[in-house]
Design a protein around this ligand. Structure first.
Ligand SMILES: Nc1ncnc2c1ncn2[C@@H]1O[C@H](COP(=O)(O)OP(=O)(O)OP(=O)(O)O)[C@@H](O)[C@H]1O
Length: 292
């Protein structure tokens, strides 16, 4: 495995968010994982990730970036329990992941809402399919709280087709939050919304996780989004994916304010520039290999 940790020196006065110190035991532990997909018809196997090891601390916001097809979704699906490793182990709180569980919830890029259900019924749906019965009164309270967190109070009776893309994605986030999972897995959640909505949703997500203190694994194709949201950024190189670099983002929080100070800071520019050059290098490497 190629795993280096670049040291982009920290600015004096910046600090880590409480509860995210290096010494804390890992919440998610991915150890020497190789994962891929069988093609039964052709008796072949595609290796998507090779010998990946990574630990995520409780309350940490981890962003995953890398070229298309490098295995980002495969990584998140391993943690979700949708994909099983060929080699290695994935553990959450020390217990091996053998399938999906109530401690993890996924937010998908395409919202994955049920069109025939109202907003509140879509959110209830997440609790209907969980082991461990939540009493009805408590379910109502949880739905109201999740809607409040994503700023959708008042839209309980609306149907998905009556909402904008950004609002639909907020329903997707509320549906993940309502089960009160320890870990939020987000696969390019803002990829389908316009730039303005995306910024607003990034700010909202930061507020939510400050409130809930959830651990987040977040896939994005946007360098700015990764730097704005993450405590650490993992760069996966082209297939078969290996971890090329892990970057600490030591920008102070909250990172979203009316003046947009963080985005204008020299430190933001430094980290962004570093990530850009790594990704450009990946893209050039892929071009060289394909001979174009
Ligand atoms: N269900 C599947 N069956 C077969 N191959 C798959 C399957 N899912 C993914 N792959 C392959 O595994 C590799 C990694 O895919 P993955 O979706 O994890 O990449 P990604 O980094 O998330 O890509 P993107 O950024 O384009 O979403 C790709 O070559 C893809 O074609």
């Amino acid at each position: 495995m190629v795993q280096s940790k670049v040291h982009v020196p920290a600015e004096p006065g910046t600090h880590r968010v409480a509860g995210r110190e290096e010494s804390e035991p890992a919440l998610i532990e991915v150890a020497n994982v190789t994962a891929g997909y069988e093609n039964r018809r052709e008796h072949t196997r595609l290796i998507a990730l090779r010998d990946v090891s990574l630990q995520v601390r409780p309350g940490e916001f981890l962003a995953i970036v890398g070229p298309s097809g490098c295995g980002k979704t495969t990584f998140i699906n391993l943690v979700a329990g949708f994909v099983k490793p060929i080699k290695g182990t994935v553990r959450v709180r020390g217990r091996e992941v053998t399938g999906p569980g109530a401690d993890r919830a996924m937010v998908f890029q395409d919202y994955a809402l049920l069109p025939w259900r109202t907003v509140e019924r879509n959110i209830h749906f997440a609790m209907e399919n969980r082991r461990g019965h939540v009493p009805k009164a408590q379910r109502e309270v949880r739905v109201a709280r999740a809607l409040d967190l994503v700023g959708l109070t008042g839209f309980e009776k609306s149907y998905p087709h009556e909402l904008s893309g950004g609002m639909r994605q907020r329903v997707g986030i509320a549906r993940a939050l309502v089960t009160e999972p320890e870990i939020l897995l987000m696969d390019e959640p803002f990829g389908a919304v316009d730039a303005m909505t995306r910024e607003a949703m990034q700010a909202e997500l930061e507020k939510i996780i400050v409130n809930t203190r959830q651990t987040v694994v977040f896939i994005t194709h946007s360098i700015d989004e990764a730097v704005l949201l993450a405590d650490r950024i993992v760069l996966i190189s082209k297939r078969p994916g290996v971890i090329r670099e892990v970057i600490d983002v030591d920008l102070p929080r909250p990172r979203f304010d009316e003046q947009g100070d963080v985005k204008r800071s020299a430190r933001f520019g430094e980290i962004r520039g570093h990530l850009w050059s790594l990704l450009a290098d990946e893209a050039l490497g892929a071009k060289r290999e394909s001979g174009s």
